[in-house]
Write a protein that binds this ligand. Structure first.
Ligand code: UFG
Length: 323
């Protein structure tokens, strides 16, 4: 089966492509390299440099390789940036994404697997969070993903386009060859590991006055390889639906930093800063639906394995990708 991976040069996309190829799926990567890296594309994949804003190139690529399934990772994903530049998020994540869905309908694609986010829920009514919770995003990033989720439902109803949408919690860790390298890094684990790599002399904690056991935010970290596994299951399933993906276990920012200290053996200096805007205090997934309906079974559920995997990759590639 041929799989078309939009955004396959980015962090989660590159690890998913590696897993697809390990499972013998022929893989076509379509990426504009704005966030992704050419050297993050597995050499066994076919690479097309292209933008979602270019419907002709999308159609031509899907037709040329006779793809059956699309996995769609190509989106902007920074909450803070979306609060400053909402147009960038709605234009790419919604409007450009529509070109991909129209091309999918035109080419008779069997299934679209979509990267959504727990940010579609906003401040959750309760944790752990299952799929029935009210979705009330508190930033344009989450709103853009929620809009695309609705569009998928309508395309399913009207065009019979099947979809699986995964709402990721906090992706972390690395594949065998590919890992997390953002040109501007805002995520907790890579920023903490930078201190162990001696690229920074301290990391920051944003907010120590949350209503949590140690005052710092709680997140559900999920290994990127477990996310990749879910995509393969979602792609092969004949059903359409939404699934929350996390481990059901929350860790505070301080617990993450302590785990990084243990795994790296480095004393990591910390600077306590005020809250970052838009951060909910607790986000923890209830992923029983994915386990029940898709047979998803995370292989690396504990935080220590996740941090160890990230640390292995960052130690092997301390400067990330060269491009
Ligand atoms: N944090 C720090 N210091 C840092 C970086 C982050 O204290 O240097 C804190 C944040 O304030 C937050 C937690 O660590 O409380 C996790 O922050 P990340 O930036 O690693 O991840 P987020 O939870 O903000 O965001 C992730 C994804 C988004 C997605 C969101 C869902 O990156 O794409 O989860 O809430 F939308």
């Amino acid at each position: 089966m041929r799989v078309f991976v939009a955004g396959g040069a980015g962090y989660i996309g590159s690890v998913c492509v590696e897993e697809l190829l390990n499972h013998d799926y022929e893989t076509i990567v379509y990426d504009n390299l704005s966030e992704g890296h050419r050297s993050a594309v597995d050499p066994r994949a076919t690479f097309i440099e292209g933008d979602l804003s270019d419907p002709d190139r999308l159609m031509e690529s899907l037709e040329k390789y006779e793809c059956e399934v699309i996995i769609h990772f190509a989106a902007h994903a920074l909450v803070g940036e979306s609060m400053e530049n909402p147009g960038k998020y709605f234009r790419n994540n919604v409007s450009n994404g529509l070109n991909l869905l129209d091309a999918a309908v035109e080419c008779g694609i069997r299934k679209v697997v979509f990267s959504s986010t727990c940010a579609t829920f906003g401040i959750p009514e309760r944790v752990p969070m299952n799929e029935t919770l009210l979705q009330n995003p508190v930033n344009p990033y989450g709103e853009s993903k929620k809009m695309f989720e609705k569009i998928l439902e309508w395309y399913h109803q009207i065009h019979r386009l099947n979809f699986t949408a995964f709402r990721y919690f906090n992706a972390a860790g690395a594949g065998d060859q590919f890992g997390e390298h953002h040109r501007v890094e805002t995520h907790l684990i890579p920023n903490v590991l930078k201190v162990a790599l001696k690229h920074s002399d301290h990391c920051k904690i944003f907010g120590t006055d949350y209503d949590t056991h140690d005052g710092t935010c709680i997140r559900d970290y999920i290994h990127v390889r477990d996310l990749a596994q879910a995509h393969i299951l979602g792609m092969d399933s004949d059903h359409s639906g939404f699934y929350n993906l996390g481990n059901g276990e929350g860790y505070s920012v301080r617990q993450v930093i302590d785990t990084c200290r243990r795994v790296t053996g480095c004393g990591i200096e910390v600077l306590e800063e005020p809250r970052r805007s838009g951060d909910p205090s607790r986000l923890v997934a209830d992923s029983s639906k994915a386990k029940r309906e898709l047979g998803w079974a995370p292989q690396f559920p504990d935080l220590e394995s996740i941090v160890r995997s990230a640390w292995d990759w960052h130690s092997r590639f301390p400067n990330g990708y060269s491009d």
